[in-house]
Write a protein that binds this ligand. Structure first.
Ligand code: PEP
Ligand code: MG
Length: 320
């Protein structure tokens, strides 16, 4: 099976009805760019920068260290786009407690991701400067995690402007970036016009979107059986986000685990998704599903699935 999949490495990801699908990689460290290229990824859809921050005792990576790491990922992708997400710590991704205290009432609902970045402006500006400088070496897309409020969006944009002004003052070289937001809080998925007003692209983080829609801790084994990507409410938020982006001509991808799950590839295609970002090891198997799919047939079927009382049962019935 692996050998058979390997033969698809250089085959373009195109459906039977000629829809071109973008398959991107999720990476955690700059060295992972190698694996991404080897798997045939057309770019990095999610670089989880928090992995540079984890396992550090007291000292976070400074601007130079971060700049070198982002530049390495960008150069490693040889001209393909790299989506760098600003640090997303807290809850399931703890930092050393001397730098980020996770002993809050409920860390998943607490000071994590962009909330922490906005609470630590010096740290945030350092990261933004490093990313903007790395953008001088290739195509960089800047992605912001866990946004929900208009005020957070405006503050984030102001910080990006400030980081640019600081670089200008220093006379440092930096490049242009496309700006994107993660849609991973239900409130964000229900505020799409706001997000489409401010951002060039959106990326759906289904791992957290499922967690927050269903009130199921993604790391809690005792409720894992209720963690359901196919709950109609989750499908509605995912489907609406894809549809709104397409209607406005904005790029949208899914970068949560759903994107790399071959049992969901056809459903996501049917909902209109054309860009998937996943662990490099999943890319070829997803590509194989794409090559066998016809999106015109899948669109009708996907509408039936997502409006069914029990979408999993509806899917078990087959797709044509
Ligand atoms: C997600 O929430 O789906 C996502 C891609 O981000 P992470 O898994 O890093 O929280
Ligand atoms: Mg997330």
């Amino acid at each position: 099976e692996r050998g058979r999949l390997q033969r698809l490495l250089h085959t373009p990801a195109v459906t039977m009805d000629d829809e071109k699908i973008q398959l991107l990689a999720n990476i955690e460290m700059p060295e992972d760019a190698q694996a991404a290229l080897k798997a045939g990824a057309l770019g990095v859809g999610l670089f989880r920068s928090e992995f540079l921050f984890m396992g550090r005792h007291g000292q976070l990576p400074d601007e130079e260290e971060q700049y070198r790491a982002y530049k390495k990922a960008v150069e490693g992708m040889e001209g393909l786009p790299v989506t760098i997400r600003t640090v997303d710590v807290g809850a399931d991704k703890p930092l050393d407690e001397s730098v980020h205290d996770d002993a809050h009432l409920n860390p998943a609902l607490g000071l994590r991701a962009i909330r922490w970045s906005l609470a630590e402006p010096a740290m945030f500006l350092t990261q933004l400067r490093a990313i903007l400088r790395a953008a001088a070496h290739g195509k960089v897309r800047l992605l912001i995690p866990m946004l929900a409020h208009a005020s957070e969006i405006r503050q984030t944009l102001a910080h990006i402007e400030r980081a640019r002004a600081q670089l200008d003052r220093r006379g440092d070289v930096y490049g242009p970036v496309q700006l994107g937001a993660m849609i991973e809080i239900p409130a964000a998925a229900l505020s799409l016009p706001l997000f489409l007003k401010y951002f060039d692209f959106l990326s759906i983080g289904t791992n957290d979107l499922i967690q927050y829609t269903l009130a199921i801790d993604r790391a809690d084994e005792s409720v894992a059986h209720l963690y359901d990507p196919l709950h109609p409410a989750v499908l509605r938020l995912v489907a609406d986000t894809i549809a709104e982006c397409r209607a406005q001509g904005k790029d949208v991808s899914v970068c949560g685990e759903m994107a790399g799950d071959v049992t969901l590839t056809r459903l996501l295609l049917g909902l209109g998704l054309r860009s998937f970002s996943m662990h490099p090891a999943q890319i070829l198997a997803v590509k194989q599903e794409i090559l066998r799919s016809d999106t015109t047939k899948l669109a009708l079927w996907a509408q039936r699935v997502r409006t069914a009382e029990d979408p999993a049962l509806e899917m078990a019935g087959g797709y044509v």
